[in-house]
Design a protein around this ligand. Structure first.
Ligand code: IPE
Ligand code: IPE
Ligand code: MG
Length: 224
């Protein structure tokens, strides 16, 4: 059975779900948050140590302002109301991506990271204004500036995922098979599960099935 420490998820399909069932993309984002809660709970149950959630990409700024504002309000509300509970469950929150939001949200994110920094049951990496190409470029720039050798070890030390093991599993919901600029380096050997269901419709059972399938995969890493 394959060990499992880290699951990464591209939570896609909120907009389509919202349009289909509530006639509003934003309603889909709200519903998607319920799935986030379910998957956090399930991750603890399955003793997963790292859960990385792609919540907003560097490319998502191209969306209408109204939708962007709605997403960040949702996040603000979530953190304001749920942070204590998250902390009490011994969950650590870490942000991947550039914190370039409103002062209020930046402060809230910094506070959440600081408050939960010693927690050890589950680490949630929230990818927000995250883009893998930007992350890699920034890493190369830092290495260049320090005049140190470009090798795997040094590169990984300068990624935002420093201290985080690579994900064994990547899940993308929403019936689309692409990476959308997510963890391009870190996913080099991950097992990828493309799920047809839209994120708000994704269930704990779907999650459990993926984990079960993963556990039995023969992972070669180039060997035979
Ligand atoms: C959620 O799904 C991903 C976010 C950027 C928050 P989408 O909003 O991309 O939903 P679809 O793909 O348009 O259905
Ligand atoms: C990927 O979903 C980003 C997140 C889930 C946050 P998108 O819906 O933005 O991806 P594309 O644009 O369809 O590739
Ligand atoms: Mg999408």
């Amino acid at each position: 059975m394959n060990p499992l420490n880290h699951v990464a998820i591209i939570m896609d399909g909120n907009g389509r779900w919202g349009l289909k069932y509530r006639n509003s993309r934003n309603a889909g984002h709200k519903e998607g948050l319920k799935t986030v809660e379910k998957i956090i709970k399930a991750s603890i149950k399955y003793k997963i140590k790292f859960l990385t959630l792609y919540a907003f990409s560097t490319e998502n700024w191209k969306r209408p302002k109204k939708e962007i504002n709605y997403l960040f309000n949702l996040l603000e509300n979530f953190l304001t109301h749920r942070l204590n509970d998250i902390h009490n469950q011994n969950i650590r929150i870490k942000i991947l991506g550039d914190k370039k939001f409103s002062t209020k949200l930046n402060n809230l994110l910094n506070y959440a990271e600081k408050k939960t920094s010693k927690n050890s049951k589950l680490q949630i990496n929230l990818a927000l204004n995250y883009g893998s190409k930007l992350e890699l470029l920034n890493a190369f720039k830092k290495i260049n500036k320090k005049k140190i050798k470009i090798n795997e070890k040094n590169l990984e030390k300068h990624l935002q995922t420093k201290y985080i093991p690579d994900p064994e599993i990547l899940i993308r919901t929403g019936n689309t098979k692409r990476l959308s600029n997510f963890l391009l380096w870190q996913l080099a050997y991950s097992e990828i599960f493309f799920e047809k269901k839209l994120w708000p419709a994704f269930t704990e059972k779907d999650y459990k099935n993926i984990i079960k399938n993963y556990k039995n995969i023969k992972r070669n890493f180039g060997k035979i």
